[in-house]
Design a protein around this ligand. Sequence first.
Ligand code: SF4
Length: 115
Amino acid sequence: MQTPAGKECSYFYGDYHRGKNIEECRLLKDQGIEWETYLCNKCPVPEIFQANACENMKFTVEIRSPFVLMKPRVEVSTYCVKCECNVEQPKIGCGQCHPLLDIFVVGPNDENLSD
Ligand code: SF4
């Protein structure tokens, strides 16, 4: 569903049916954090999902101000339930599910390419 910031986010829920105007972030709600509309503006989660839709990643959220007097924003730390490790670069992933091949194979006549 599209957030108030105009980005697709699977954690955003909006119900506007029959005059309702219910909006919530289920990621923040599940962690007991109150959500406000402006938090979607700089939230990194939609971009992470756009780059890496791995379902093994779990997010832990904190709301922090990067500097004094700046609006608080969403910061996430990512954990992979498959490798049971922290994911340093969530847009790339931990590398367990989608390891890079040692040698890329282009086609059946690859041997001829090296000649
Ligand atoms: S705060 Fe982040 S995770 Fe929550 S709905 Fe907005 S973009 Fe999605």
